[in-house]
Design a binder for this molecule. Structure first.
Ligand SMILES: *Cc1c(COP(=O)(O)O)cnc(C)c1O
Length: 341
């Protein structure tokens, strides 16, 4: 058995999704004439209670476009020290937008409104970069798939309004947070100016992210997407997968979450595991007692057909997803339970 728990991006389209893709009506989306893309964008905009939504090939491009839309070169973005926009987007904030990041020492990827207030540079102090944007990640990936408290987000929104800052949500895994906390997309639409959502993580699409936002900030979104090389033609085949996923793959995320919790529970009983970050969604981050045993642990699992990713210094990450079946899950629980390092 081959079991891939490196990421929720490793899924392949289901039969039903492929059928939906094959029968999609398409047109040239650069002319905005692809009916399926238009349908997906309208649907997501309505879900989050926003006027605009735009399809992107990747979550990275959607985030990068959002940062560009909110800022001017020289400005500063406030985000957590573990943020995807800082760690995993190739330094794009400086490359694409010419901005810097002010990193907050959050708790599992989440920070407070007070931390934001303390990080804002006074706008009249021209020696410092102008603070323009706050970026939040929900769920927080490196934080261990953690979910923000909506009230914390509302307090951060108040701070942003007071200080005239934009507020962006990197919602690559917002679907996991919505299911875990039983919240509605509009709750987030009311807090953020822009929201990027991923279709190719938990929702199981082969490709695709969508940037959703307010009218004024999204006005130039088509232009920025074009500049970044993200204007695509008959892309309705991909948007059809997104529509199918919204219909069929959201509520089932609860299964991924319960499997992740069961994995964490077993890991916690192992003597060579030092710590497991409390699991809220589909990500399990754990640390070994002795970082130098990492290779042995890794190879032991590989030999049993189980892959996952290392985060360095003895930290490991498992991510459950649509293609991780119950049969695979029972097997992994067995392997972990019986493991002797
Ligand atoms: C995966 C991910 C993205 C987008 O990544 P792409 O691979 O470019 O689609 C953005 N933010 C977070 C938190 C992610 O986990």
């Amino acid at each position: 058995m081959k079991i891939d728990l490196r990421s929720d991006t490793v899924t392949k389209p289901t039969e039903g999704m492929l059928q939906a893709m094959m029968s999609a009506k398409v047109g040239d989306d650069v002319y905005k004439e692809d009916p399926t893309v238009n349908m997906l964008e309208a649907r997501l905009a309505a879900m989050f209670g926003k006027p605009k939504a735009l399809f992107f090939p990747t979550g990275t491009m959607a985030n990068q476009a959002a940062i560009k839309l909110h800022t001017n070169p020289g400005d500063q973005v406030i985000c957590d020290k573990d943020a995807h926009i800082y760690h995993y987007e190739g330094g794009g904030v400086s490359f694409n937008s010419g901005v810097s990041c002010k990193l907050l020492a959050g708790n599992n990827g989440m920070f407070t409104a007070d931390q934001v207030v303390a990080a804002i540079n006074p706008p009249d102090f021209y020696h410092s970069p102008l603070t323009r944007l706050v970026a939040v990640e929900n769920t927080a990936n490196r934080g261990g798939g953690t979910c923000w408290d909506i009230n914390t987000l509302k307090s951060i929104q108040t701070v942003c309004e007071t200080h005239n800052l934009g507020l962006h949500l990197d919602g690559a895994r917002i679907w996991n947070a919505l299911v875990a906390k039983n919240e509605a997309p509009e709750d987030y639409g009311q807090v953020f100016n822009t929201i990027s959502v991923c279709l190719s993580k938990g929702l199981g699409c082969p490709v695709g992210s969508v940037l959703i936002g307010d009218g004024p900030v999204m006005e130039n979104a088509m232009r920025i997407r074009k500049i970044l090389g993200g204007g695509m033609r008959q892309v309705g085949y991909l948007a059809a997968a997104g529509i199918y996923a919204l219909d069929n793959h959201i509520t089932r995320l609860a299964e991924d979450h319960s499997k992740a919790k069961e994995l964490a529970a077993v890991l916690e009983t192992l003597s060579f595991v030092k710590k497991v970050v409390p699991v809220e969604t589909n990500i399990v981050i754990f640390e070994l007692q002795q970082p130098e045993t990492e290779d042995r642990f890794f190879n032991y699992c590989l030999e049993k057909g189980i892959r996952f990713s290392s985060m360095g210094s003895g930290k490991m990450r498992l991510v459950t997803h649509l293609d991780y079946t119950s049969t695979m899950h029972e097997y992994v629980l067995q392997v972990f339970t019986n493991m002797a390092l």
